[in-house]
Every structure is written in structure tokens, then in C-alpha cells.
Design a protein around this ligand. Structure first.
Ligand SMILES: CC(C)(COP(=O)(O)OP(=O)(O)OC[C@H]1O[C@@H](n2cnc3c(N)ncnc32)[C@H](O)[C@@H]1OP(=O)(O)O)[C@@H](O)C(=O)NCCC(=O)NCCS
Length: 200
């Protein structure tokens, strides 16, 4: 059974965006703000090759995971709605460093990863509200993403994790992901690349 829901509302995307903004705050995407992230997560949810899965406690979203073939195709979809995109990014246009980083992300291509033989599919982001850490929500989300990828016939996927995210590294290793290398996503900021094998 495919776990992709496609029944999320715009206020759900805003909750997901806030979780990302507040709890993945060291990453550059968080600096682009909640309005941009809400658009980004809407585009991920609506993209046929990507998935956004959420975990709720009663009605409240307490965590989410996303997967797909990277953010490149998602950024292209956002460019098809230029007015919404420009409005959501209006606070960034005065920041040269943010514009520089946006260019860095757009120009980052798979070539920098090919020597590592990285699968096309990847876990794009996972966040659980800290009040719900250590309760198995992250494991459920990760396993649901594995189920979704298996349903799509995918044999393995990659995860790119900022070096400083200690808890995330412990989590991915616990979930059977294997570190295979390191790459510089932004100048001076290194990340570890993991691969999760789905064939076993
Ligand atoms: C990554 C994340 C989703 C994992 O969810 P979680 O509920 O914390 O997951 P777990 O409770 O299973 O913890 C994972 C492991 O971290 C380890 N851990 C706990 N606290 C830690 C700490 N302060 N530092 C390092 N490791 C820690 C534990 O060993 C735990 O494994 P265990 O259950 O075998 O003891 C969650 O921590 C999160 O949202 N982090 C912020 C966003 C983020 O970094 N996302 C990853 C982006 S790539």
C-alpha cells in the first residue's frame, strides 16, 4: 500500500514549515523562512516523485519525513509560480549571502556525488518536535518512508546529514544506514552521506 496521502491542507504545510524552521535551524533552508518552506513542502507533497509523510498526536502534527529524487525538480515547480515564490522570499532579497546560497543549492548537482555511487532517491528531511523525541515517532516515520520507497520498487536511498547534527547521526546509524562519504554542501559546511539498503 502506498503511504503517500496528498490530503494535507496549507495549514499542515505551515506546521511542517515551522517544525523545519525551528528544529533544523542550522540548515540554510530554515533561513529562508516559514512562508518559503510552506511552499516548498506543498510542492514536495504534490510532486509525483516525492513524498511528505506526517505523524500526528491526536490532531497535531508532531513530526514529518520527506523523500524523493532531490530538491532540483521541486525548485523548478516553484519557479512555475513566480509570484507566490517572490512573495514568500521577499525578506531574503536584501541579503546577498542568502541569494549566494540559493545559487549554490541550485547549482549543486549530482556530479559532486557520483564518485560515491549515490542512489537517485534520498531522504530529504526529517524532524520530530523535541517534546516528542525518544518516543518512536522518528522510527515510525523512517520506516514509513522505507515502505513507500519499497512500494515504488526502490532498492536503496541516500541521506545527507550536516556534521554537527549528533542526534540525527545516532538515529540514522540506529536505523541501519551506512556512512559512505562526506561532501561540502555549502562552502565550509561538510555533511556525511549515508546509504540505507532496502533489499534486506
Ligand atoms: C533526528 C530526529 C528526527 C530523531 O528523532 P528522535 O526522536 O530524537 O530519535 P531517537 O529518540 O530514536 O534518538 C536517536 C538516537 O539519538 C541518541 N541521542 C539521544 N540524545 C542525543 C544527544 N543529545 N546527542 C547525540 N545522540 C543522542 C540516542 O542514542 C538515540 O538512540 P537510542 O534510542 O538507541 O538511544 C530528531 O532528533 C530531530 O528532529 N532532530 C532535529 C532535526 C534533525 O536534525 N533532522 C535530521 C536532518 S538530516
Amino acid at each position: 500500500m502506498d503511504l503517500k496521502e496528498n490530503e494535507l491542507s496549507f495549514s499542515d504545510y505551515e506546521v511542517v514549515a515551522r517544525l523545519h524552521c525551528y528544529h533544523l535551524s542550522k540548515g540554510f533552508l530554515a533561513t529562508l523562512g516559514v512562508p518559503f518552506l510552506a511552499l516548498l513542502y506543498e510542492a514536495i507533497d504534490k510532486d509525483n516523485d516525492s513524498v511528505l509523510l506526517v505523524k500526528r498526536d491526536e490532531d497535531n502534527i508532531v513530526g514529518f519525513v520527506t523523500g524523493g529524487t532531490g530538491l532540483g525538480p521541486i525548485y523548478k515547480q516553484l519557479l512555475l509560480k513566480p509570484l507566490r515564490l517572490i512573495y514568500s522570499l521577499k525578506s531574503c532579497f536584501l541579503s546577498i549571502s542568502k541569494l549566494y546560497k540559493i545559487m549554490e543549492v541550485l547549482l549543486l548537482n549530482k556530479d559532486s556525488k557520483t564518485s560515491l555511487d549515490i542512489p537517485n532517491q534520498e531522504l530529504l528531511s526529517i524532524v520530530v518536535n523535541p517534546a516528542y523525541h525518544g518516543k518512536g515517532h522518528a522510527e515510525n516515520l523512517f520506516n514509513d518512508l522505507c515502505k513507500h520507497f519499497r512500494y515504488k520498487g526502490i532498492k536503496s536511498f541516500s541521506i545527507t546529514v550536516g556534521k554537527s547534527l549528533d542526534r540525527a547521526h545516532a538515529f540514522y546509524r540506529k536505523m541501519g544506514s551506512i556512512p559512505v562519504g562526506e561532501m561540502e554542501v555549502h562552502k565550509g559546511v561538510n555533511s556525511i552521506i549515508y546509504i540505507k539498503d532496502l533489499s534486506t
